[in-house]
Write a protein that binds this ligand. Structure first.
Ligand code: TRP
Ligand code: ZN
Length: 471
């Protein structure tokens, strides 16, 4: 979603029309346009993943309707996309892997859809300019996506499914412009056999049952990067209430005994969010929550917008799983509200989320941030540059732990007051937008009034151990 703000209600099939605002567009964040005269490019221009996303248009809203039957693994879907062309388009691409399309309509007219590997090429009846709508019907058995870390995309589980993954996953269950540069609002209606839950991002909009099927409705009204969209289907114990006038909904599989470590950690979601607000500024979204899954293939947690998904391994008897809650909730500010302008900038998400674990441990368990920094600083391998780790290393220690070291090095250099001022200014000015490393450095210099380029060069881009900063 770019500067355009309007949402065409008519195409949001039976769902809610939503209003949205966009954050400041960064001058250093650009999406590439064409792949030739009138042809939208098959990638958005990310040097790390050239085929992710597409060029030539900007989505403002996805209205998604899916029906899933765990017995046959069949997914039937319809997506209604509202977008704006950024150039006259005779043809454009969406990202979509595997499922056959039965109907494609652009601005109410039948369009031609051609599927090639992970790309869906749409040729409308007439050239598109300005705002347009796309509707696509599809059905089949969704497949996982080859991921850098663990399994990604749409996974079939014992009693349902989990759609989850980074740096991409959405294209395994709906046609999408699958890159964080194109954020959009979402409505989802997911129909599953009666008795199962279908959990997703944002505000719960109710559920209704007919003929043995239940339709669960969700609305995410803040712009969301597509990889942050999730769908978890299964037999869940749901807890819902409200906090600071926002709905909070958490879910744990019924197969996990009630009142165990997963529920104990989920129950602290708002404690953690309230603490992080004191560090990062106001919580950026309209709802809170978390979903714990039990499938052992989910060996990670993901910061799916407003409602992170946690794998089973984080919550063990006798352990304290709140560190991962602090990590995923920190991403609501760093990654979800302020999203990266390209995957090379992933430390802006993971460095800050890891730093939030240290802040939370200091707050909750009196383990000082400085002691965590000292420990990691002593053992870090400095060979991979945090600010440009390469596509194979976007989830490496160079991004997470070395990223957190860089954050603390900034704090030691500018002092606590300027440091927290930088963080809060960042989350305010960039809210609902995109940003890159150079934007953060400029903002840190502006707020602190110090020249910080040598500091960031050493901590983010150097390949040898940087000296400790002198305050
Ligand atoms: N971003 C996630 C986190 O740090 C971790 C992650 C990396 C992940 N790659 C993933 C999660 C792939 C799911 C799928 O919290
Ligand atoms: Zn993370």
């Amino acid at each position: 979603m770019g500067v355009r703000k309007s949402v065409t209600a008519a195409v949001v099939v039976g769902l809610l029309a939503t209003a949205c605002t966009s954050g400041p567009e960064s001058p250093s964040v650009t999406a590439s346009g064409g792949g030739g005269a009138g042809i939208g490019a098959d990638g958005i221009g990310d040097p790390y993943f050239p085929r992710y996303g597409n060029g030539g248009y900007d989505v403002s809203h996805y209205g998604i309707q899916v029906r899933y039957d765990p017995k046959s693994d069949q997914l039937t879907g319809r997506v209604a996309i509202t977008a704006a062309a950024t150039m006259p388009l005779r043809r454009f691409n969406l990202d979509f892997t595997g499922l056959p399309i039965s109907r494609a309509v652009v601005d109410g007219q039948p369009a031609t859809a051609r599927q090639q590997e992970a790309e869906l090429e749409i040729t409308p009846a007439a050239e598109i300019t300005g705002e347009f709508t796309v509707e696509i019907d599809y059905a089949g058995v969704p497949q996982p996506i080859k991921a850098i870390l663990g399994e990604g995309g749409f996974l079939h589980t014992d009693d349902g499914a989990i759609a989850l993954g980074q740096p991409e996953s959405a294209s395994s269950w709906f046609p999408v412009n699958d890159h964080p540069l194109d954020k959009a609002t979402f409505d989802l209606a997911a129909t599953v056999p009666d008795g199962l839950a279908a959990l997703s991002n944002g505000t719960p909009e109710g559920a209704e049952t007919a003929d043995g099927w239940t339709t669960w409705r969700w609305a995410e009204r803040a712009p969301m990067a597509p990889y942050l969209a999730t769908l978890v289907i299964g037999d869940y114990r749901i807890t819902s209430s409200s906090h600071k006038n926002r709905p909070i909904l958490t879910a744990v599989p019924k197969s996990v005994p009630a009142g165990g470590p997963a529920e104990t950690a989920m129950a602290r979601t708002t404690d953690v969010a309230d603490f992080l607000e004191t560090q990062f500024g106001p919580y950026p979204f309209e709802s809170y929550g978390g979903v714990v899954v039990s499938d052992p293939r989910i060996s990670y947690a993901l910061e799916t917008q407003s409602r992170p998904v946690y794998g089973p391994s984080f919550f063990r008897a006798g352990g304290d799983g709140t560190w991962v809650v602090a990590h995923e909730l920190a991403h609501q500010w760093f990654g979800d509200s302020v999203s990266i302008g390209g995957w090379q900038h992933i430390w802006l998400n993971e460095g800050f989320a890891t730093y939030a674990e240290w802040l939370w441990a200091e707050h909750d368990r009196k383990i000082s941030v400085q002691s965590q920094f000292d420990q990691v600083y002593g053992v870090m391998d400095w060979s991979v540059p945090t600010g440009d780790p390469g596509p194979a290393n976007i989830f490496s220690g160079a991004v997470y732990r070395r990223g957190a070291l860089a954050v603390h090095a900034l704090r030691l250099t500018v002092g606590d007051e300027a440091f927290f001022d930088i963080l809060k200014t960042w989350t305010t000015e960039r809210r609902n937008g995109n940003a890159v490393t150079a934007d953060f450095i400029s903002l840190a210099e502006r707020v602190s009034g110090e020249s910080l380029r040598p500091l960031f060069d050493a901590w983010l881009f150097g390949t040898t151990k940087p000296p400790l900063p002198k305050p």
